[in-house]
Design a protein around this ligand. Structure first.
Ligand code: ADP
Ligand code: MG
Length: 690
């Protein structure tokens, strides 16, 4: 059974990974995914909650796992932490001053101990738990022996200093994590819990879970729409910005489609839901986002492995430093102090904290701009991309076609051709199909529902209608079914949807499409960033070439089936390097999954959301530019952090082992660098200039 738990007080991404690993090893657990971004644990299997808590607490003290429904308003643990910090500092200052005034060792020890325990009890508890569970080597252990050693050596203020700065570092981290988490889960705020649902002729306040396709809901001014649907009654203006980033409100009236997550700004509207709330756009987005941080980038895994080897090595060096020179010189105090200093400096906290945070912030920054990454891996892969390949329809062009011409080749009149075609196409979400159906509605041309409808990816539709077989689609579809096309030339530019009845061509509908407003400028910017651009489409090459010329795309290839698109992408990858594919998701599943990075423009297709590595909620192509910029910056900043942290650590370690670094210096160096790098990672969150 699938269960979801809330995990509270989880502040370190590194620990989240460790907790997930430990829970996965428990008996009875089939699989567990701990999502750091939303603080949720998704679990398959039978295991008690107390067992989960025990495991989690061993790894990060204070973590609490609770059932989802019992979770109350999340209290800010940050405030609590700051209170602890302040009281610790107060006691510490009293101890420092008191130590100067009163010359009593006992009072000194009591005061310093108090400050130490206030600030460092979490570290001590974690260490004890770690030892009990046999997982000894981590930063808590390093801290504990270093500080207890300092106490033994009589360096009270140094001992307190270590835990004080560590606490400050932790608070910084928690702040940074909260900030990114807020950006990421802002999408979750789009969910609506309660709605006015029509039941037996009355609108009743109900849970939004009760909405099914066909339900009628009432949305008052100021309310968010709970499910995707169509307006039945009323006229209003809608704020769509939270879902697609469009700042200008749109007006809508009866017959217009609305999306979950939009806010009703003025009048009351009655909406007929086209999907359950849990299947609506907003839920798909939030699910994708919640899983966003579950996949870890390679860099992150490298660091986890690194920390596992590094810590025991450091401890071994420290022991040798304490023992060997002391045996030779007899100066035990000096060398033990040097060894302890070395231990404090050695904590790889800055690295472990700042690199995952950079990725986390990258995902957060992107989601503020309406770009959802499915995890650090996708961000990392995008950073390495050298070529961008576009789908045409719905991606570079708006995909809202207009019927511009209807040719009749037989006895059927134009309106009859449209009617037959719409009857077969009404089930398809392909932009060409949608436009033909819409055109019939606008023109009052009646159509009904064909039977045995099969969508043939990259070709069109096959169906049965009034006992006749119908084919609607491109030239390839006609060729495959041995349907003779006419010699009459079609002069209108646009996508041709041929219509055949019982194996005979009866007509052709030309639909044409316009280029999106920002396509040309976005493609120009991508080229300026040194990226190779290409367009692969199932449409005719002539149509594709016109679009490519107008937008500046370097390479075009038309008349491709989805798997041929994938083969083309492989060719481009061989020549240019890593490839990002951007599509609207209709007929693009294999390509989205097969490219190094697949990005789907949010459309009606669930498949695309599943197959893609990134989802562009905003349908303009500038999302691609922004996504690439964020990915580049995330990679750059995380490498800066890695190089700086390692170089600095190496330098200080050498100073430490040579006896040049005091414990104070060690503490400053470590927390200082950690904070600096955390701040550096947080730069990724800034999106003003993107
Ligand atoms: P693209 O998105 O690049 O146009 P697709 O694979 O989605 O590529 O479609 C390829 C071509 O197949 C379209 O240009 C259109 O001619 C035809 N086609 C696909 N689906 C349909 C459909 N439902 N109705 C009519 N034509 C279709
Ligand atoms: Mg397409």
């Amino acid at each position: 059974m699938d269960k979801t738990y809330c995990v509270r007080n989880l502040d370190c991404a590194h620990c989240a990974g460790k907790i997930e690993e430990a829970i996965n090893k428990l008996d009875g657990v089939e699989s567990a995914v701990l999502i750091f971004a939303s603080g949720k644990l998704k679990l398959k299997g039978e295991v008690s909650i107390s067992q989960l808590n025990k495991i989690a607490n061993k790894i990060e003290a204070g973590v609490e796992i609770v059932h989802e429904e019992t979770e109350s308003e999340e209290k800010s643990s940050l405030k609590g932490e700051i209170a602890v910090l302040v009281s610790g500092i107060v006691v510490f200052v009293i101890a420092l001053l008191g130590g100067k005034l009163i010359d009593s060792v006992i009072i000194k020890i009591v005061l310093f101990d108090a400050a130490y325990l206030i600030l460092g009890h979490k570290i001590l508890i974690s260490t004890i738990k770690n030892i009990a569970s046999g997982n000894i080597f981590d930063e808590n252990f390093l801290m504990t022996i270093a500080t207890l050693g300092a106490f033994v050596l009589g360096e009270y203020s140094e001992a307190v200093g270590v835990v004080l700065f560590f606490k400050i570092g932790e608070i910084f981290e928690e702040y940074a994590v909260n900030k990114s988490r807020k950006a990421i889960t802002a999408a979750a705020g789009l969910r609506v819990d309660e709605v006015d649902l029509l039941k037996d002729g009355d609108f009743l306040r109900c849970s939004s879970d009760e909405i099914i396709a066909g339900s009628i809901i009432r949305v008052k001014a100021g309310e968010r729409i709970a499910a995707d649907g169509v307006i039945e009654e009323g006229e209003t203006r809608l704020d769509t910005s939270a879902v697609n980033g469009e700042p200008v409100p749109v007006s809508a009236k009866a017959g217009d489609s609305v999306m979950s997550g939009w806010i009703n700004l003025s009048g009351v509207i009655i909406v007929r839901a086209t999907a359950a709330a849990s299947e609506s756009t907003v839920s798909k987005i939030t699910d994708a986002v919640e899983n966003a941080v579950a996949s870890k980038p390679k860099i992150d895994r490298f660091i986890t492995r690194f920390a596992k080897v590094y810590t025991p090595v450091v401890i071994a060096i420290a022991v040798l430093t304490a023992v060997i020179p002391s045996l030779v010189t007899g100066e035990w105090d000096k060398w033990i102090y040097t060894a302890l200093t070395f231990l404090v400096i050695s904590c790889p906290c800055a690295l472990v904290l700042s690199v995952p945070l950079a990725y986390f912030s990258g995902i957060g920054a992107a989601s503020k701009l309406g770009i959802l990454f499915k995890g650090g891996t996708s961000l990392e892969a995008l950073g390495k991309v050298k070529a961008v390949v576009f789908d045409k329809t719905g991606t570079v062009t708006t995909g809202t076609f207009d019927v511009t011409e209807v040719y009749s080749y037989g006895e059927l009149m134009e309106s009859e051709i449209l009617s037959v075609c719409a009857s077969a196409e009404q089930a398809s979400s392909h932009p060409a199909a949608v436009s033909i159906v819409r055109y019939c509605e606008e023109q009052g041309i009646p159509y009904s529902e064909a039977e045995n409808i099969r969508e043939l990816s990259g070709r069109g539709i096959a169906a049965e209608y009034n006992g006749k077989s119908i084919l609607c689609g491109n030239r390839l579809l006609m060729k495959e079914n041995d349907i003779r096309l006419t010699d009459e030339e079609i002069t209108t530019t646009g996508t041709i949807v041929y219509v055949a009845v019982n194996g005979v061509l009866v007509g052709a509908i030309i639909v044409s499409d316009t280029i999106k407003e920002k396509s040309a400028s976005a493609i120009g910017q991508l080229k300026n960033m040194g990226l190779y651009t290409a367009m692969l489409t199932g449409d005719k090459t002539e149509n594709a070439r016109i679009v490519a010329d107008e937008t500046g795309i370097e390479y075009v290839k038309g008349e491709l089936l989805p798997d041929e698109k994938l083969a083309e992408i492989r060719k481009i990858r061989d020549k240019k390097g890593s490839v990002m594919f951007i599509g609207d998701g209709i007929n693009d599943g294999p390509v989205l999954a097969g490219a190094d990075v697949g990005a789907a423009m949010l459309s009606g297709s669930d498949l695309a959301i599943e197959a893609a590595d990134a989802i562009f909620i905003n349908k303009e192509l500038d999302s691609a530019v922004k996504a690439k910029k964020i990915a580049d910056r995330t990679l750059r900043i995380s490498w800066q952090n890695i190089v700086f942290a390692l170089a600095f650590k190496a330098a200080v370690l050498i100073l430490g082992i040579a006896g040049f670094a005091s414990m104070w210096f060690a503490v400053f160096a470590d927390s200082g660098v950690a904070m600096l790098l955390i701040l550096n990672s947080m730069r990724v969150l800034r999106t003003k200039k993107i």
